[in-house]
Design a protein. Structure first.
Ligand SMILES: [Zn+2]
Length: 426
């Protein structure tokens, strides 16, 4: 009976602290709000997020790891779009982020250019390719790749080879490429500029004879963009020299011009909300092991924050007994998926067992190794780790629709409880 009462008490304590749903919601709303400019490279976006998180770390009384400061500085090259951006085809003005994207590596371009429309099937030999390029001169080629789903693998490979050549060849006069793809627009970050602009459309425009593309894109390559990871900790009550790491990246894609903002609510304001919720819980309940909280920058540019951390660690990485990375934590309608689950199978089994016993999330799926988020550089350095993401619900990803207003945080509270039970089991 005593044990039962104690369990009930413990569960009460866990739920009363783990259910700080309002805090999580506020964090997501703030980080994905217009003020943060998509936490990228225009108008101090990611810097605003750095300052906000520094304030939260301080409020939660996390102790700095190095020299009284949370920040671990690093820098990298990045192509940015701080200026005006406009693209019209014929008389139709396209909306940035909704009707089109510019490739992340797009250089500046301005003017009126003719359009030569072709289908990949029309370019089935080198001669045909040469004649299309010849015909286009210093105008744009519009490539209709909207049927790529029906293509055979061989055709698809040929198409991407043609696209690669048209994008990158420096020996041709071609001004630029309009790529019409089926499906959603998905943006990225680039550390360089391509030789010519590529405009990506999500549907084929209705072209009339003589229609031109009127385009004005201002891009700026920053050779040495400065940012930082944030690292704070809560000392363990027993094992201060053995650490658990809780990580999540706080950067996102930023702005594509002055209008199109990529808010990154699910990716990864939600993961940061998880990190801060866990920090809030453990600042009120001292853990046995020291817990280090790391918010990475530069993830979207190629895991650059975690790579910088591993390259120049503020403590010996051998002291890390386990790391869990959160990147996309905002739904959960179909549970979670655990990268590295099949590699650290006993930890995966433990997580699945807790979930089963406490009936928290609809599903805990296993996955093998995948170098797709910030756990990866640690894993490659021999640190045992899992990367967990939620599944189901809204499908917005790397687009202008990944907004706080539509992010449900469906299973956030139970997800948080599950993680507390998991970390407490060490
Ligand atoms: Zn992400």
């Amino acid at each position: 009976m005593k044990i039962k009462l104690f369990t009930v008490f413990l569960l009460y304590v866990i739920s009363s602290y783990a259910q700080d749903f309002d805090y999580a919601r506020n964090v997501v709303n703030r980080l994905a709000s217009p003020e943060f400019k998509g936490r990228g490279y225009v108008d101090n976006g990611v810097k605003t997020a750095t300052d906000f998180l520094t304030g939260e770390f301080r409020k939660l009384k996390l102790e700095p790891v190095v020299n009284g400061s949370y920040s671990l500085d690093f820098s990298y090259p990045v192509n940015t779009f701080p200026g005006k951006m406009s693209v019209s085809i014929g008389t139709h003005e396209l909306k940035p982020g909704i009707d089109y994207l510019v490739e992340a590596s797009c250089p500046s371009v301005k003017g009126n250019f003719g359009i030569i429309a072709v289908r990949p099937a029309d370019i089935d030999s080198e001669e045909k390719l040469s004649s299309v390029i010849e015909k286009a001169g210093d105008n744009f080629i519009l490539l209709d790749d909207t049927h790529s789903k029906d293509e055979t693998r061989e055709t698809a490979e040929k198409t991407s080879e043609v696209i690669r050549f048209l994008k990158n060849s420096t020996d041709i006069r071609l001004k630029g490429l309009i790529l019409c793809q089926a499906g959603k627009l998905t943006w990225t970050v680039s550390g360089f500029q391509s030789p010519r602009p590529v405009i990506i459309l999500n549907k084929l425009p209705e072209l009339k004879a003589g229609d031109k593309i009127k385009i004005n894109i201002k891009s700026k390559l920053i050779k040495d963009f400065k940012t930082c990871d944030l690292c704070g900790h809560i000392k363990g009550s027993e094992r201060q020299d053995s650490m658990l790491l809780i990580t999540a990246h706080y950067d996102h894609l930023g702005m594509m011009g002055k209008e199109a903002c990529f808010p990154g609510a699910n990716d990864n304001a939600s993961g940061v909300a998880m990190l801060l919720n866990l920090a809030e819980y453990y600042s009120a309940h001292q853990p046995k092991y020291t817990i280090i909280f790391v918010a990475f920058s530069g993830e979207e540019a190629g895991l650059l924050g975690s790579k910088a951390f591993v390259k120049n660690p503020p403590f010996d990485l051998k002291k890390i007994i386990f790391l869990v990375n959160f990147d996309i934590a905002g739904t959960g309608d179909e549970g979670i998926r655990v990268v590295n689950g099949s590699i650290f199978k006993n930890k995966f089994d433990l997580l699945a067992r807790i979930n089963n016993d406490d009936k928290l999330l609809p599903k805990v799926d296993i996955r093998g190794a995948a170098c797709i988020s910030d756990h990866c550089p640690f894993y490659e350095s021999g640190v045992p780790c899992l990367y967990i993401y939620t599944q189901g619900g809204i499908k917005a990803y790397h687009d202008v629709y990944d907004r706080a207003e539509t992010l449900p945080l469906t299973e956030f509270t139970n997800y948080c409880k599950l993680m507390i039970r998991f970390f407490d089991s060490f």
